[in-house]
Design a binder for this molecule. Structure first.
Ligand code: PRX
Length: 665
């Protein structure tokens, strides 16, 4: 049996991808040497570094101090006043760019004349946002009030969030895939009196009944006094989405009657900008709080550097496929992008409607230059087949990003070759709802990437891998990922729960922010995420990242997707259990073909990673239990693997029948 370090070194991918020379030559950061110099300086002189970035943006009043740090409480740009909406819109108009396109929006349905497309300039956006800001004011919304937003991916969602930022209201956006209970819980937690919604949203040609979900939620709380309904699907006011007299108001009517000018409210840098609840797979959702100035500076700089955004390139068109209801949408569709003066694309629908090439069709028609999506989506594209991207001209693409989970090297290489034509740097960005913006990522003109690694800390970010005493562990040794210094985009707390904030993030490693991810750093200095801390399993005394076993499994041609968890094992302490979605047809449970496939997969893991990583259980399946936000419910898999009664809360599961199938698997 190999020792831990030998196992770890086997886990290291050896392929390297250097940025193309012509790309690097014109990038913001052009080489590793330049990155290292900038990074070292940003850590040594954080206040000078961050104030230089902040000075690229608009402030009504400058700061007295860059940072006030009383662990775990940070205040950034203390005493300064700014407005994020002003920096997203007015600052561009002030610079004479009112006619430049800010948001390109495409609807889901494809009619005989193609899809519905809307191009909003900064001037258009200013008028729409100002009108809606005045609507909010007319309904009594004041600075500091929480406005709940539950909409589909329509431009009005961006307008609503920017309008809140403009008048200093705190938005709490709920992803349109959530249920009535989630709406009720968030409304109550935020003590929100006003809710903005749509009659419905389009998803794969069907109407998702958003308004009906709101009605169901509001039957469980009397907190909300006003509901503003945007009529997207033409069913507002019908039996499908009846309007409640006195409570529900039609968006268009209110907006038509509103004043088109509304000055941006000067906000204190530390005024609350938004609350966003993290996915519910780990108990009661946490309302993560982000404030104004620091979040603005962090998302502005990371958008610019990670995607190498070029404000003066008229062809620059960035597309992040996330929903605005997630942090990725908040930071990297709107708040980080608009201040960079780059057009940002919003797409209403799903990736395979009306056909599995919809994303590539959009890239080709709009000539998207920077593209940001999730590994789960990439693996789905791989499964659907190369013919879909191959039908399209994807030559406009320059940088490809991924986020949300580790990307397995096979998916990375496919993305690089099939979507990026072998020419686009890939930025695998590690961060969290809590961090506000990117923390670990390659810089596309500087970093030589290794598939599966999110590479290096962002400028100004001091990440390390440590033991529980906060001491750095040697290269290629698994440990706890931490951030050792405060950063501007960091969460300022969990709404209404100080104790949980301190306990969750600041108590595991003394003096450091702990995101609860395991990681290691390879001898090149690249970071590898090994999974959530509770997903790192110790097998026969050796650390093993469940994500790495999953990568090994997915590299087998018979495997489409895999999830690995630990379970109690008599001899090894913890055994390895693998849940595998097969490529093509699932063999009959218990058949020779099924048993042979399981044996092949065990041998394959042994070959790829060493004997320690051989699964003790393999279950073949057609689907994995996922929450609506797409995260695999690992607690549930652990219960199944252990043969336990199911104790996990399965209410957020998309397909409830899956549990039984997996138990049989
Ligand atoms: O475990 C890490 C994983 O997603 C977690 C954060 O989830 P959430 O707050 O929903 O934010 C997702 C979008 C930023 C992290 O603690 N994660 C995120 N990005 C990566 C990742 N794991 C590996 N590689 C990534 N690039």
């Amino acid at each position: 049996m190999p020792d831990a370090s030998a196992t770890e070194s086997m886990l290291t991918e050896t392929r390297r991808f250097a940025p193309p020379a012509d790309f690097a030559a014109q990038a913001h950061v052009k080489s590793m040497a330049e990155y290292e110099k900038l990074h070292a300086r940003s850590i040594a002189e954080p206040e000078a570094f961050w104030s230089e970035v902040a000075n690229e943006l608009h402030w009504f009043k400058p700061w007295d101090a860059v940072l006030e740090w009383n662990l775990p409480d940070a205040k950034w740009f203390v005493g300064a006043q700014t407005n994020l909406c002003y920096n997203c819109i007015d600052r561009q108009i002030d610079a004479g760019l009112g006619d430049k396109v800010a948001i390109v929006w495409e609807g889901e349905a494809v009619g005989p004349d193609g899809p519905e497309i809307l191009r909003l300039t900064y001037a258009d956006l200013l008028e729409r946002v100002s009108r809606f800001a005045n609507v909010l004011k007319s309904k009594g919304v004041k600075k500091g009030d929480v406005v709940t937003i539950y909409m589909g991916m329509v431009p009005e969602l961006a307008v609503a969030m920017l309008a809140c930022a403009r008048i200093g209201a705190v938005h709490s956006i709920i992803f349109g895939g959530f249920s009535a209970q989630a709406i009720r819980d968030r409304v109550e937690d935020g003590k929100s009196k006003l809710l903005v919604t749509c009659d419905g949203s389009w998803r794969r040609g069907k109407v998702v009944p958003l308004k009906a979900n709101v009605d169901e939620a509001l039957a469980m709380t009397d907190r909300v006094k006003d509901v503003i309904v945007f009529n997207r699907c033409g069913v507002a006011g019908t039996d499908q989405a009846p309007m409640v007299a006195g409570r529900d108001h039609d968006w268009a009517t209110l907006v038509d009657g509103a004043d088109p000018t509304c000055p941006a409210e000067p906000m204190d840098s530390e005024d609350l900008l938004f609350i966003l609840y993290t996915s519910g797979s780990t108990g009661k959702p946490k309302g993560i709080m982000h404030t104004t100035g620091g979040y603005m500076v962090h998302t502005y700089m990371t958008s610019k550097l990670t995607f190498d955004l070029k404000a003066d390139d008229p062809d620059e068109l960035y597309w992040c496929t996330a929903d605005l209801g997630w942090i990725t949408g908040h930071s990297y569709i709107i708040y980080g992008l608009l201040p960079n003066r780059c057009a940002t694309l919003m797409f209403e629908g799903g990736p395979n409607h009306p056909a599995p090439d919809r994303f590539w069709d959009i890239v080709e028609r709009h000539k998207v230059t920077k593209f940001y999506t999730a590994p789960t989506a990439i693996r789905a594209f791989m499964k659907w087949g190369d013919e879909h991207p191959e039908r399209h001209d994807l030559s406009s693409l320059k940088v490809l990003g991924t986020v949300g989970e580790p990307i397995n090297p096979e998916a990375w290489v496919w993305y690089h070759e099939t979507i990026g034509g072998g020419r686009c740097p890939i930025v695998d960005t590690w961060w969290q709802t809590e961090t506000g913006g990117h923390m670990l990522t390659p810089l596309p003109g500087a970093t030589t990437t290794t598939p599966g690694s999110c590479c290096r800390p962002m400028l100004g970010i001091d990440m390390a891998v440590v033991n529980s005493d906060g001491e750095e562990v040697p290269h290629n040794t698994g440990g706890i990922l931490v951030c050792r210094k405060p950063w501007p985009g960091m969460l300022r707390g969990i709404y209404g729960d100080r104790e949980r904030f301190v306990e969750t993030y600041w108590s595991k490693v003394p003096g450091m922010y702990c995101p609860a991810d395991g990681a290691r750093i390879d001898p090149d200095g690249n970071f590898w995420i090994t999974g959530r801390i509770d997903d790192v399993i110790v097998v026969a005394g050796h650390n093993l990242g469940t994500m790495e076993v999953e990568s090994a499994l997915v590299s087998h041609p018979a495997v489409a997707e895999a999830a690995v968890v630990g379970f109690p094992h008599d001899v090894k302490g913890t055994g390895v259990a693998a849940f595998v979605i097969t490529q093509g047809e699932l063999p009959e449970p218990g058949s020779d073909a099924a048993e042979q496939m399981k044996k092949d997969l065990v041998a394959h893991c042994g070959k790829e990673l060493g004997p320690i990583a051989k699964p003790d259980q393999v279950r073949l399946t057609t689907a994995l239990p996922k929450t609506r936000s797409g995260k695999i419910m690992r607690r549930l898999l652990r219960d199944i693997a252990a043969g336990n009664e199911i104790t996990s809360d399965v209410s957020t599961l998309e397909d409830k029948g899956i549990v039984e199938k997996l138990q049989e698997g």
